[in-house]
Every structure is written in C-alpha cells, then in structure tokens.
Design a protein around this ligand. Structure first.
Ligand code: SF4
Ligand code: SF4
Length: 437
C-alpha cells in the first residue's frame, strides 16, 4: 500500500517513561459546559449545592452533547461564564474544593448484556473523543447498521511531539482498555479491531501485543513514526487501506475510530461506574522546570497545574493546549483542563517567536508534505484574492489543519493559519449563497 505523505517531526517524548503523578488539589475548579463538539451541557447543580466525586453536575444539552461530572468533592460556588481559548463564551460550574474527595454513593458498575447497555454506559460515562475535537463517543457509536462496521481502529499513534498521555494509557491502563475492547468486539462484531501504534513506542506495542494474545479478532499494527499518523483519515488508510470518501465519515469507509484513552475511560466506567472526571496531562515545553505527566481533575486551571507541577524555569512566551503541531495557543493561564486536554505546554520566549515569512518560492514542498495532497500554496493565493470559487475547487474544506504544509515550508509561510481562515470564509460564503437562493 502506498503510504500517505507527512513530515518527520522531532518527537520530544522525554516524559514517556514518567508514570503520571497525582497533583495536590487546587482550591477550586472551573468546569466549562462546552468541552467538545456539540451542544453545551446544562448545569443540574446550583450555588451552595454539595457535590461529590463522580456526581453529575451537568446533563447533555441535546443528542450531540455529553454529561459532565465532578472530579472533586466540595461546594458549588457559582454558575459563571468564561471566554474559552477558541474565543467562545462558555457557561461554567465553579466548585470550591473541600479536599475530602468523597465519592458519590450513586456510582455503580453497569451491567452490560447488550449493545444498548454498552451505549448507555458510554453515554453515562460522559466520554467524548479524547484524541481530537471531543465528539461525544455515544453518538459516534450509535450506528444505524452495525453491519457497516468492518473495522474498529484504536488510535494509539500519538504522533504529536511532546505528548505522552496516550502512551501512559497504553502502559498503565491496559486492563481498562481491554475491558472496553472486548465488549466492542462482542457487540459490533467487526472483522478486526486494529490497534495502530507508532513504531517509536516499542513498549506500548509490546504491552498491547501481550494483551491481545488470546483475542483472535484483535491485531496490533506498528506504524511508521510519521506525523500525522494519528489523523483519522491517515490512520484508517494505513491500518485498513480504506479511504474516507470526500465529505463523508469514517463509517462510510467501514471504520469506527476510537482513541486509546477513550477506550480506557469506557473500560473504567464499566468496571467501577466512575465517569470521566480527571485527565492525565503531559506538562512540558522549554519554559517548564520539571516536565512530567500529571493526573488532575477536569476544570483545574492551567496556572494551578503549572504551579503544582513545579513551575517555570523561564518566563513562558507561549502556552498551548495540546502539541506544537495542532495545539491551541491560550491567551492566559486561567484556562481549565478540559475533557480533551492531553497536554499543556509552555515555551520560553525564544522558542515562541515564529520565523519571519518570506515570499513563496514555488518549491511545491507544501503539496508534497500534505497527506491529503492539497495545494496550500494555491490556497494562500486564492485566499489573498478572495477567490471563493477557487478555494472550493482546491477543496480547502478537506484540510485537517495538521500543519505539515507550514512545517515543511522553507519560506515559513503561515499556511495552516491561512487554511483555517480560508475554510471559515468559504463556509460563510457558501451559507450566504444558499440563503440568497
Ligand atoms: S512550501 Fe512554501 S515556498 Fe514552497 S510552494 Fe509551498 S508555500 Fe511556496
Ligand atoms: S493543507 Fe491542511 S491537511 Fe494539508 S498539510 Fe496543510 S494543514 Fe495538513
């Protein structure tokens, strides 16, 4: 099979061997009601209410939405509002932490006898896609016809530099993963469940190969360490040979893709009834004094995480949610750990300065590196001219914003940033055109 393009990025996985440490609890947590794709959740608690660990504090606000649970015991301080890193205002539930970590008496391990039981458990666990944009997992698993599911791909690629939280899931939570994996195979009956792991994680490959020894429908595939190996379309192609049709979903290629930590959360809920309330987060970057993996409750503010993790050795110039390729730069450290947060990185001022772009030399490297063969240089020209028809022709809507084009550009053109703007502008143009009909 022909391999898709990509780039060789420096891995910087120096925290891979560091078992996550549980940080001391902060004085309070601020839990946003929007932590992924879909409708915001609706708070079911009010100021003054006592809450316990695992207790539901907000219910799904629609079909494409997810319940939210508390990772701390304490008292609801306020139902507030905050500006998220993506520039969207979000409702929040702020909880004053009592430090007792009393667990809710309502938590019970669910009994799973059918696909419906499994889907209900996934919904009740509050889990969303933990390797990406936070799409509610229950919605992803609610397929109309399970015959469509030929493969279940478990994404353990973790191709972004610095991040090692999924690595730790594979090494430390193998049993939780396998609990969920066996049930998914039992009820979806795929031809194969494939664990895709980059070759730069030999320990994970070994652990997972040992775990599936007696599972005839499961397979571990060691994938080349080539970014963006963990991109959904790239992973599907390299593990199954399937191609997701343009504008369609992985299921249209017969594949369900689940991240390794998503699987572990489902397994943990099935075994204990404890929903998604905390995250393993990689804390790293050139400004960080002691890089490590930490376990923190969802809603712990970045400033509290950095402080409890050992603080900075230099003043940070840039702080990211996620890795340097696809991460989101945050305006301040008042942003909380979200369900989808797998790393927070802080870089010193020197490493935060982007090189000055020069004129495009038409070398074509951006096209060569793009896994989807998009033409970022042509997109840039069309965007600058405001030529929406051309942007449509260039299929900018397919761009997965992986950043390979920018990474490989010798002229340091800010291609991925332009792509994001071009996608948004094209979508608005199409909507306006539709409305004018
Ligand atoms: S890689 Fe950069 S310089 Fe080369 S064609 Fe693309 S935009 Fe131009
Ligand atoms: S055009 Fe989009 S998909 Fe292609 S390399 Fe650039 S960011 Fe990635």
């Amino acid at each position: 099979m022909k391999k898709l393009h990509g780039v060789h990025v420096p891995h910087n996985k120096n925290t891979a061997n560091m078992k996550p440490v549980r940080l001391p609890l902060p004085a309070s947590v601020t839990i946003p009601m929007s932590m992924g794709i879909g409708a915001p959740a609706k708070p079911v608690v009010k100021p003054g209410d006592a809450v316990k660990v695992g207790q539901m504090i907000a219910e799904a606000g629609g079909f494409v939405s997810a319940n939210i649970h508390s990772g701390v015991s304490g008292t609801v301080k306020k139902i507030g509002e905050m500006m998220g890193a993506m520039g969207r205002s979000m409702q929040t539930v702020e909880i004053t932490v009592d430090g007792l970590q009393e667990v809710s008496e309502d938590l019970h391990a669910p009994e799973i006898h059918s696909l419906e039981d499994l889907l209900k458990a996934v919904k009740d666990s509050g889990v969303v896609g933990l390797g990406g944009a936070g799409f509610p997992t229950m919605v992803k698993l609610s397929v109309k016809d399970i015959e469509q599911v030929r493969y279940i791909c478990v994404n353990g690629a973790e191709c972004e530099p610095f991040i090692t939280s999924d690595t730790r899931t594979m090494l430390d939570r193998t049993d939780d993963m396998m609990t969920a994996a066996r049930l998914l195979v039992q009820f979806f009956k795929p031809e194969k469940m494939i664990f895709g792991i980059e070759k730069n994680k030999p320990d994970c490959i070994k652990v997972m190969k040992d775990a599936i020894q007696n599972e005839p429908l499961m397979e571990v595939q060691a994938l080349p360490s080539m970014y963006p190996q963990g991109g959904e379309k790239v992973l599907i192609y390299h593990t199954t040979g399937g191609i997701v049709p343009e504008g369609k979903l992985p299921l249209d290629a017969g594949v369900l893709v689940l991240n390794v930590t998503t699987l572990a959360v489902i397994g943990q809920y099935i075994k204990t009834g404890m929903p998604l309330v905390e995250k393993v987060v990689t804390v790293n970057g050139s400004a960080v004094k002691e890089p490590k993996n930490v376990i923190v409750p969802i809603g712990m503010l970045m400033k509290d995480v950095f402080e409890a993790a050992g603080g900075f050795k230099e003043e940070p110039g840039k702080i990211l949610y996620g890795g340097p390729m696809m991460g989101v730069s945050v305006p301040d450290m008042e942003q909380p750990v979200l369900k989808t947060t797998n790393a927070i990185l802080a870089f010193n001022k020197k490493d935060s300065v982007l090189p000055e772009p020069s004129a495009c030399i038409r070398c074509g490297k951006c096209v060569q590196h793009c896994p989807l063969h998009l033409m970022a240089c042509a997109v840039e020209r069309a965007y600058e001219k405001g030529d929406m028809e051309r942007l449509d022709e260039l299929k900018i809507n397919l761009c997965m914003e992986c950043g390979c084009c920018s990474f490989g550009c010798p002229a340091h053109r800010p291609l991925v940033q332009t792509n994001k703007l071009a996608k948004a502008q094209l979508m608005a143009w199409k909507k306006a055109k539709e409305a004018a009909k």
